[in-house]
Design a protein around this ligand. Structure first.
Ligand code: ADP
Ligand code: ADP
Ligand code: MG
Length: 678
């Protein structure tokens, strides 16, 4: 076995590999770019080498620089992770030339599977079933068009060198073929430096079922069963599970054996995944082979109890496979959800930003107690593989994955329930995330019943994106509790709780708080909530209903408890400036405190100053000097970040002066007008 290896990757996969190294007593070397100088994977390794600028081309894709780092640190082997150089034959070759072990398959196997077209030709020879299609060398556009016509529409054009869901075009009709071909070739050339394409029959409602294979240098080859990765967006996986549900033992065995045959056909060594596309009748066809560890390998680890990175290291060190086919067993069911910084409602566009607050469910960070060689506590039911910590930033340079959440259960139902619960416990403030979207899929009927196919998200788009009922009342109560706690600590004049004490009503007092709801659907609404105190009794009035309200700070960080009417709720409120992020009852809600009263708080002398709650443009002025206003009368409308904000009067009074006109840009906090209160 090796003493020291270099991990030529970043993020969660680098942390994942480092965890196995640590457990096996192997020293690990991280490499990092400028953007990753303080990244978690650097801290997870024993040593680290800076390899260049922030873009992948300037760092994680620099073959020479990485080999040099391995040499300089005395690493005997390089683990490439996934993505980046993992399927790059030049890199595997350069490692070999430098006398460093590449922890992956032989150069020839990477080359053989690197071209989807050439791989299909090989698979055909090995009698592995293929999707009807054309994968020949001749790329004459007219010939390709004739082949597509012969296959019958719809067809799928694929970049032969493609990956990551890129370089694919569905063509519905012969009339569209020429244009789709040209555009597919353009994307293939620019993304993969090679414009060769192949054509496949485009299957409707297929499943993506793949098989984990492993082979050693001593003639051993096994399959570690199957995974279903049908739930995809933009041809990229979102949820994965093992074993693939609803398949007969016979089909599973046939697929496993076909996958092993595929691996043997290219003299495969190490971890690989043979991806199949499956029809609703259970026919399956070879799609491609990924010659590396897969993002979703943890679900296989959870059900087999094996550490696949350990297997990779042993095989690379020339050891035989740890187990035979007969010794491999499946225990229960595992599901993985990829938590991405992205905006589902905007076509799953990546989102970036600092992770100001990050709280994952109770679980283990990949520790091999979770999947060790037979450890009794290996079945930790929730596992989190993440490459970031609170305070880290999701940058535009790399894949925007925040973490992978993996759960295990005795049955699929149990795993599903656990996943739902785990997702409800995820709290992220900063970039937008797909957490709520994942919750919706996991609880959707087709997913719950295992009615899986690659069109699930698109077909159920409307239901998955429909507005849902959220616990607004409870969340508002918690936001008020957090605000009261915060303001309670300050006794200076700017605090509404002190300054507005002149709004007395029957010896108690009443204050209106403007909360603007911020949600992903971009609908916004203002919830005026009135807080009233009458002696020892406190009340909140919301939606015209006044209810008793009590609150206290909870024991945990950011934790609050509130009772409003009959509803009792405990949750966390993370305050970011004027935005209150509330996590309660499995939901995430955000409210911006309009701070109306703070503006009026300056009104002690009978004069109200109204300031801009954010930088923006004045788009309407609704009053003029002399206008008499009631509490809540709209005064000025501002626009910022394509959203409108109406600024209302905090109290009844008379407008004394308007300081801005329509079209003016105003800075955050600028005084907009002067109000004579009272
Ligand atoms: P998996 O099948 O393991 O889920 P993916 O196809 O989603 O693999 O890719 C794994 C990782 O590698 C992702 O981060 C993806 O963005 C990246 N990746 C895969 N293929 C390519 C490629 N050809 N070019 C760039 N990135 C790729
Ligand atoms: P990549 O290298 O980008 O992973 P794949 O060939 O594995 O490319 O295909 C990615 C996804 O595209 C599959 O998981 C599946 O959802 C869809 N897909 C691929 N081939 C077909 C096909 N012939 N018919 C229908 N869907 C397909
Ligand atoms: Mg694929």
């Amino acid at each position: 076995m090796f003493n020291k290896i270099l991990i030529a990757n970043r993020g969660e996969i680098a942390c994942r590999v480092a965890a196995t190294c640590k457990r096996l007593g192997i020293a690990s070397v991280a490499v990092y770019s400028d953007a990753d100088a303080n990244a978690k994977h650097v801290a997870a390794c024993d040593e680290a080498v800076h390899i260049g600028g922030s873009t992948a081309a300037e760092s994680y894709l620099r073959v020479e620089r990485i080999i040099e780092a391995a040499r300089a640190t005395g690493a005997q082997a390089v683990h490439p992770g996934y993505g980046f150089l993992s399927e790059n034959e030049d890199f595997a070759h350069a490692c070999e030339a430098a006398g460093i072990v590449f922890i992956g398959p032989p150069v020839e196997a990477i080359a053989a599977m690197g071209s989807k077209a050439a791989a299909k030709a090989l698979m055909h020879a090995a009698a592995v079933p293929l999707v009807p299609g054309y994968h020949g060398d001749d790329q004459d556009p007219q010939l390709l068009h004739r082949e597509a016509d012969a296959i019958g529409y719809p067809v799928l054009l694929k970049a032969s060198a493609g990956g990551g869901g890129k370089g694919m075009r569905v063509v519905e009709r012969t009339e569209d073929f020429a244009a789709a071909l040209a555009s597919c070739k353009r994307e293939a050339a620019s993304s993969f430096g090679n414009d060769r394409v192949l054509i496949e029959k485009y299957l409707t409602r297929p499943r993506h079922v793949e098989v984990q294979v492993f082979a050693d240098r001593h003639g051993g080859a096994v399959y570690l069963f199957d995974r279903d990765c049908s739930v995809q967006r933009r041809h990229q996986k979102v949820l994965e599970e093992a074993p693939a549900p609803g398949l007969s033992a016979e089909i599973k065995r046939e697929m496993g054996e076909a996958a092993v045959a595929a691996a043997r056909a290219v003299n495969y060594v190490g971890a690989g995944t043979v991806e199949f596309i499956m029809t609703s009748t259970g026919d399956f066809y070879f799609m491609e082979m990924n010659t590396r560890l897969q993002v979703e390998h943890p679900v296989t680890e959870m059900v087999t109890g094996q550490d696949l990175v350990e297997w990779q290291l042993r095989v690379a060190a020339d050891e035989p496979l740890p187990l035979t086919q007969q010794e491999l067993k499946i225990d229960g069911h595992a599901i993985e959800a990829r938590i991405y910084a992205e905006h589902p409602a905007r076509g799953f566009l990546p989102s970036t930003g600092t992770l100001k607050h990050l709280r994952m469910p109770e679980g283990v960070e990949f520790s091999i107690s979770a999947a060790g060689a037979g450890d009794s506590d290996r079945k930790a039911p929730v596992r989190i593989d993440s490459g970031v910590r609170e305070g880290d930033t999701i940058t535009p340079f790399y894949d925007p994955m925040i973490a992978k959440l993996i759960v295990h259960g005795a049955t699929r139902e149990e795993a599903l329930a656990r996943m739902n619960r785990a997702l409800r416990a995820c709290e992220v403030v900063g970039p937008h995330t797909n957490v709520e979207f994942l919750q919706r899929i996991v609880t959707s009927e087709p997913f719950a019943t295992g009615d899986l196919d690659t069109g699930l998200i698109e077909r159920h788009h409307d239901a998955l994106f429909a507005p849902v009922k959220k616990p607004f009342k409870e969340a508002l109560a918690l936001a008020c509790a957090a605000l009261l706690t915060r303001e309670g600590g300050t006794a200076h004049g700017a605090s509404p709780w002190d300054a507005l004490s002149h709004w007395r009503l029957n010896s108690g007092y009443t204050q209106t708080l403007g909360w603007r709801n911020i949600d992903n659907s971009e609908n916004e609404s203002v919830f005026p909530v009135t807080f009233a105190r009458d002696g020892a009794t406190q009340m909140l009035e919301h939606d015209g209903v006044r209810e008793d309200f009590t609150w206290s700070a909870g024991t945990g960080q950011h934790e609050y408890r509130a009772t409003i009417g009959d509803a009792r709720v405990t949750g966390r409120v993370f305050i970011d400036g004027d935005t209150f992020h509330v996590f309660c009852l499995g939901d995430a809600l955000a409210f911006e405190w309009q701070n109306l009263l703070a503006h009026a708080a300056d009104a002690e002398g009978g004069e109200g100053r109204l300031t801009a709650p954010m930088p923006g443009k004045v788009i309407a002025v609704l009053v003029e000097p002399g206008t008499v206003v009631e509490k809540g009368t709209p005064l000025i409308v501002m626009e910022a970040m394509k959203m409108e904000h109406t600024i209302g009067a905090p109290a009844a009074g008379t407008v004394k002066e308007v300081l801005y006109a329509v079209g003016d840009q105003v800075a955050d906090g600028a005084q907009l007008l002067v109000l004579d209160v009272g």
